[in-house]
Design a protein around this ligand. Sequence first.
Ligand code: BES
Ligand code: MN
Ligand code: ZN
Length: 461
Amino acid sequence: MIGVVEGREAGAVPVTLVRKADFETWLRSQTATARRWLKASGFEAKAGQIQTMPAADGAVARVVVGIDSADGPWSTGDLPNRLPAGRYRIENARSTAEANDAALGWALGAYGFSRYKRRARPAAELIWPRRADRARIAALARGIYLARDLINTPANDMGPGELAAAARSLGRRFGARVSVIAGRALLARNYPLIHAVGRASARPPRLIDLMWGRSSAPRLTLVGKGVCFDTGGLDLKPSGAMLLMKKDMGGAALVLGLAQAIMAMKIDVRLRVLVPAVENSVSGDAFRPLDIVKSRKGTTVEIGNTDAEGRLVLADALAEAAREAPDLLIDAATLTGAARVALGPDLPALFSNDDRVAESLLAAGTAERDPLWRLPLWRGYRRMLDSRTADMNNVSEGSFAGAITAALFLDEFVAKNRPWVHIDTMAWNPSARPGRPAGGEAQTLRALFRLIEDRYGRRTR
Ligand code: BES
Ligand code: MN
Ligand code: ZN
């Protein structure tokens, strides 16, 4: 259920999208009655302005909506919640691009998180515009819905076990193989950092491993930070900073939603998704500041701060990912407050060791209106992670360039000379905007999907 439905256009209320620049010309093609009504209502086709038009019997005969062509899909993002419940159709989507934008914005705006509370009113529904790429738009919307649901579900109902169950159920739907290593087995199987971060919680840590696609296809590996709640550990966060930390599995949610879209569209890859799923908790068994832990890769890591836990669990997962030298390795994580200080909530930070992949992803983000911004993997700052007693510290002493040093930490665990993309994201809309309800968000999912579909294409058989 994505608010965009199959159905007959007859009986659906027509919606006309009008650019302000075209308004006067368009108005001249309308009946005198319509012109009078629009004038009397103060409709000027300003972006976001919605005007319902009555039939003689008082029913809603049609809807006119002001749009700005720069808004792309967001032009229809408010309609599912602002129009009276019922069925609508876009009467003037003249190209595939317009149809896709209208349907995507509608679908993303129709999302509601209703696990614990019935939504105030049902979303208005859109009949698929004839020219839209239905399968692709639906796959993207469903992937984004999945990610938003996973993020919005509070930590009491979305621990490492529930995240693993979500991956298992996703795998079942698409015939993927899902294996999970849990608890002390992580030590036996050499995932010491994942275990160290997660062991304090009553809900044991896990490494989730999903595998899908024909074995000889190019290998695409996605790694997502799955910190189901981040208290900071013994370096406890103050309450304000802890408040939103149910979203600290936003990277995991993003890669699971993206994986769903990839599998639904049968992209021709051998897909692997790795999610280290942990809760960064406080207990007598918690890992401590200045502990030194030997990583999966074999290098030793000094714990300068237990609140820099994301890079620790990612390090072991990335080391495992790197073992099979994938064609492309992508990780996503709600990794640093510093990335948010630098770029704010709307722009996830992109880091990559491959300029061509980075440029393609930035272009895909622009085309999909799912932006991200590149920050440098500035090797000169690597020394900030030097430790006197171990191969590396998990934090730097100062507070300069926190998003960069976090990315440089991860860089130690990926294969050299292999394309790697790291995304440091907010995974959250602090307030609602058209098509982007407040709460969990799958930022960069569409950008990544476009990069991946362009690079690999669909399976032909
Ligand atoms: N999950 C946080 C990062 C975070 C904080 C993301 C706020 C989005 C909003 C991460 O685990 C963390 O706590 N990072 C620390 C790192 C520091 C201890 C070097 C941070 O950013 O303060
Ligand atoms: Mn933390
Ligand atoms: Zn965290």
